[in-house]
Design a protein around this ligand. Sequence first.
Ligand code: SF4
Length: 548
Amino acid sequence: MAPSNTPATPAARPRKARGEGQWALGHREPLNPNERLKKDDNPLNVRARIENIYAQGGFASIDPADLRGRFRWWGLYTQRKAGIDGGRTAVLAPEELEDEYFMLRVRIDGGALDLAQLRTIGQISTEFARDSADITDRQNIQLHWVRIEDVPEIWRRLEAVGLQTTEACGDCPRVVLGSPVAGISVDEVIDATPAIDEIIERYIGDPQYSNLPRKFKTQISWLADGPYQANDVSFVGVEHPDHGPGFDLWVGGGLSTNPRLAERLGVWVPLAEVPDVWAGVVGVFRDYGYRRLRNRARLKFLIADWGVEKFREVLEKEYLGRALLDGPAPELPEKPIDHIGVHRQRDGKNYVGAAPVVGRVSGTQLSRLADVAQRHGSDRVRLTAYQKLLVLDIADDRVEPLIADLRGIGLEARPSAWRRGTMACTGIEYCKLAIVETKARGGELVARLEERLRDFDADISVHLNGCPNACARTQVADIGLKGQLVLNSHGEQVEGFQIHLGGALGMAKGETAGFGRKLRGLKATAEELPEYVERIARNYLDGRSEGE
Ligand code: SF4
């Protein structure tokens, strides 16, 4: 019985903690529909149903829980029905928004493709995906207009050349980013590719690691030439004064809503131990990650609550069974490294980085790229986390002919600052979450700025996003554009963007990376956008100091 001086009001009763649905604390009952569908049947199992039932029965035969849930574990999302404007995104039911066609994401770990793989993707695109293909800012290639009937044959062809769509989407370890110049860079001390390969071999498709609270993004590279501070986990190369070259471990980055930059754990991990430590980090996330609310289910929320010291302690004691070595901070680049242009490899050959426009290519273009690369003596290409691509192993006397041939197929190795620095997410053309169009608008923006500011000579990044989810990293661009509906001068709701200015990733050691400032009043309609960006660029040119 309560003591008599305790007020018997509900406010005074001790509140029972609701919990965050963390498995390690005993919360195994699903707390939301996403958790339910994962518990009811491991999403990896849906492959058999696609091959044996849905591919024969067609779209109408697909169980909704598979269609809108488990399919993602095999890289499949339904795409947005054409003609639905962004104002209806939030009000329509999923079945009203979706088309009977799929986006299929091909995971390309480390961004590395040989020509057989490139040709296979190109052929699949022309045969089964209406010639669509986008290079994403996570080194994947996305195809659109895919029919469920064709998916088994697409998998057969991809897997015959060593590619897969396993866990390309879903609450699982997505594609592992690597350096596009791994193994060839003059600046690299250790090639991280063996660690990436081992992780793919050991853990991708393993049911033990396929039910995470939400998506899990990884980067493993000696060079910090990807968005290492925007991932759930990153391993970045560093020299230890006593132990030599190894990797510095970062955790808890993620953009989207509630953006957060990854933080260093302060440990040094040798190459051979990277896969085990990676699996330990995933294990902590799987078991302690929040599963009650989808919008709190990324690792960054756990890190925000725990701090990196507690995370390191749990990782060491409960998952690795040993202490990790303390390690120094790596040297970080002052600005993003996109590898565009001609660069010397460590073997004396060259690699050439080229830009499509906002990552949009086509199957035909990819097949032609394979022909061009082969003609000039290369057997491999790489994709970057900036929606660009590299052709490797080019002899000195083949560089200029290659650049001319790339230009002939719409890939520019000497792009304008605008083409080089502009990225766009999928946007309203295919994405069911989108509010605004991005790809075509990004292309128009580049064309207009090339015309009006042809000689703009500074590095600039412009990232267009179709909604607040920030797939194209809104917050870390010089000019980050977040799609939303805005009012035009007549008071009508139209497509537009909120503008973030001055974001950065990868600042020099000692400085702090940061997010662009989101100024409440800083918005532009889509129509005004080119003029708006031009004005920002001209102001910058007028105001910059000598040598800036
Ligand atoms: Fe879709 Fe939004 Fe991501 Fe763009 S940012 S791809 S619109 S979810």
